[in-house]
Design a protein around this ligand. Structure first.
Ligand SMILES: [Zn+2]
Length: 216
């Protein structure tokens, strides 16, 4: 399998996992990754069901957004994906979801506070809220990049969340953990005042995760 096919296969598999884990409903959300060894990205098509998606539906584009392979129209959030790849060399995969608890915080314009250990390990701290802008706009892309500085995720005000990692597998895990941490944060407010992890402990856990924990 060449690198373009590997990227397409990875995206189709991630779409199925995303649907099965209830991080999205219907056709919402989108997934992309860099094509290894090329200055290209592969991205989900606009408005197609994840359970019927075939590798041939995945659109491959250059960094200017010009389609080099595929007949489908790319995701409407393509400007956000391209903007992140152009500005974040550490990011090889992006998953955007509308998962319920993360979106609940995003609607209240409240960050996911650094209260859960696995959250700070995979994200690097709290998950900030990108200022509201209409979906698909370069303004939203800019706002997301600002909110995600030195982090691997951001909430999108009144919209959802986006995870950005080294691989599709890691990025999907980031989205699952942000959703779980959002749920815990909201529940924790019902029983008391959630206490934040200290800045120092967050740095130690993040460092350990990057250098020693599992496989990316
Ligand atoms: Zn969206």
């Amino acid at each position: 399998m060449n690198n373009i096919e590997a990227a397409r296969t990875g995206i189709v598999e991630t779409g199925r996992k995303m649907l099965a884990s209830n991080l999205v409903t219907g056709t919402w959300g989108n997934i992309s990754c860099r094509v290894e060894g090329e200055s290209l990205i592969a991205v989900t098509p606009s408005g197609m069901e994840y359970d019927t998606l075939q590798t041939s539906d995945i659109v491959v584009l250059d960094m200017d957004g010009k389609v080099v392979s595929g007949d489908r129209r790319p995701s409407t959030e393509l400007p956000m994906h391209l903007h992140i790849y152009k500005n974040r060399e550490d990011v090889n995969a992006i998953v955007h979801t509308h998962s319920t608890y993360a979106t609940a915080l995003a609607c209240a314009h409240r960050p996911v506070a650094p209260i859960v250990e696995e959250l700070v390990q995979v994200v690097g701290g709290d998950v900030r809220v990108a200022k509201y802008a209409l979906p698909g706009t370069s303004e939203l892309a800019d706002n997301v990049l600002t909110a995600a500085r030195s982090r691997q995720a951001a909430l999108l005000a009144n919209h959802g969340m986006v995870g950005m990692g080294r691989t599709l597998r890691e990025t999907f895990r980031i989205c699952e953990i942000v959703e779980k941490a959002s749920k815990i944060l909201i529940l924790s407010h019902m029983v008391g005042q959630p206490l934040h992890l200290s800045f120092e402990d967050v740095q130690i856990m993040r460092e350990y995760y990057l250098k020693h924990y599992g496989q990316p």
